[in-house]
Ligand binder design. Structure first.
Ligand code: ZN
Length: 204
């Protein structure tokens, strides 16, 4: 059963989260884990850092990934849009990413921040959701975290090598794939190369 369609949910979510971010900027906006109305009301309260820490879903930032860089180092390396998505867990607009409708026969999608191979071309499928979708990953390349932002519970996916935000993974949507999972990944978080063997060589 599909109710409502995944694409509808995602479009709604994107529109909502974008509006929320515009109304309530700040370092903890993405990590309060509160219901939207509460989060908006609380944004001016001095306790927000505590609330943010208590309900934080940014544990991926604190986990030890092999590649560790400061925000200023990442800013120097990444484009502003990449930094917003990869390091600040943002979301690119649906149907705009360069890999949304990209379906090569072979190749690998590597982390745009550290070049670790994350997904193969064979693992990509047409979901129609507006972002690149993969049903599986390069083994061990992607780590999952519970994300309770925006009053809902989702599973965030990050690059295991550098902790960079990729997107979210959804299960049981009924897609005819071997895993029935959809890794919904921002195009700016990944770089495609046709050379599957060479993809790992330039890993940071
Ligand atoms: Zn990475």
């Amino acid at each position: 059963m599909r109710f409502p369609s995944p694409a509808t949910i995602l479009r709604t979510l994107y529109a909502f989260s974008n509006a929320t971010l515009h109304r309530a900027p700040g370092p903890f906006t993405n990590t309060t884990g509160l219901r939207p109305t509460t989060a908006l009301r609380s944004i001016s309260m001095p306790t927000i850092p505590f609330i943010g820490a208590f309900f934080s879903t940014a544990e991926s930032r604190n986990m030890s990934h092999p590649v560790q860089k400061s925000d200023s180092e990442w800013q120097a390396q990444l484009s502003p849009e990449q930094f917003r998505v990869i390091r600040e867990k943002g979301t690119e607009a649906p149907f705009t990413g360069k890999y949304d409708k990209h379906h090569p026969e072979k190749g690998v999608y590597a982390c745009a921040a550290c070049n670790a191979p994350l997904y193969t071309a064979k693992q990509k499928f047409k979901s129609g959701c507006g972002w690149p979708a993969f049903y599986d990953t390069v083994p061990g390349a992607v780590t999952r975290h519970t994300d309770r932002t925006f009053g809902m519970e989702r599973t965030e996916i990050v690059c295991s090598n550098c902790g960079g935000h990729l997107g979210h993974v959804f299960k049981g949507e009924g897609y005819p794939t071997p895993t029935d999972e959809r890794h919904c990944v921002n195009s700016v978080s990944i770089n495609f190369t046709e050379d599957e063997a060479g993809a790992d060589k330039s890993k940071v």
